[in-house]
Design a protein around this ligand. Structure first.
Ligand code: FES
Ligand code: FES
Length: 160
């Protein structure tokens, strides 16, 4: 049967026809052309598809598109400000955490949600957030380093 949903994606209101049971990852990638959100396992276990919905990190491969109606979605495409990367993106690159890069959009969005909620998130909270993501390349050390660097960069930008 399907329905039309209206959601805000990276600050832009979009109306999209969705099928019953269609998931948010398919709306983002196939209908809106936002392919920065990656599909890995498609069953909720790898974290590659994480986006931020109303401030919360969500696995878009499990998230029903119909549930996104009226909500605010942020994807990796919404992170940079023009040509200037977001501090979390910059930090990942500087820490050498981006190897094949497949896991990185999901991790950046997970950290964006974490630091928006808890700007001084302790290492334990960062480790807990990263544990929801599979990276086949880095062994996680560089990603953890990148997350710590992101926390510092974000703190430096906060008004005193
Ligand atoms: S593709 Fe969604 S968790 Fe792996
Ligand atoms: S950098 Fe390749 S999967 Fe993480």
């Amino acid at each position: 049967m399907g329905q039309t949903i209206t959601l805000t994606v990276n600050g832009v209101r979009r109306s999209v026809e969705v099928e019953d049971g269609e998931r948010l990852i398919d709306v983002l990638r196939e209908r809106l052309g936002l392919t920065g959100t990656k599909r890995g396992c498609d069953d909720g276990s790898c974290g590659a598809c994480v986006v931020v919905v109303d401030g919360k990190a969500e696995r878009s491969c499990l998230f029903l598109a119909a549930k996104a109606d009226g909500r605010e979605v942020r994807t990796i495409e919404g992170m940079a400000d023009g040509r200037a990367l977001h501090p979390v993106q910059e930090a990942m690159i500087e820490a050498g955490a981006v190897q094949c890069g497949y896991c990185i959009p999901g991790i950046v969005m997970e950290l964006d949600a974490l630091f928006s909620r808890q700007p001084d998130a302790p290492d334990e909270a960062i480790v807990e957030a990263l544990a929801r993501h599979l990276c086949r390349c880095t062994g996680y050390e560089a990603i953890l380093e990148g997350a710590r660097l992101a926390r510092r960069k974000l703190a430096e930008r906060r008004p005193a």
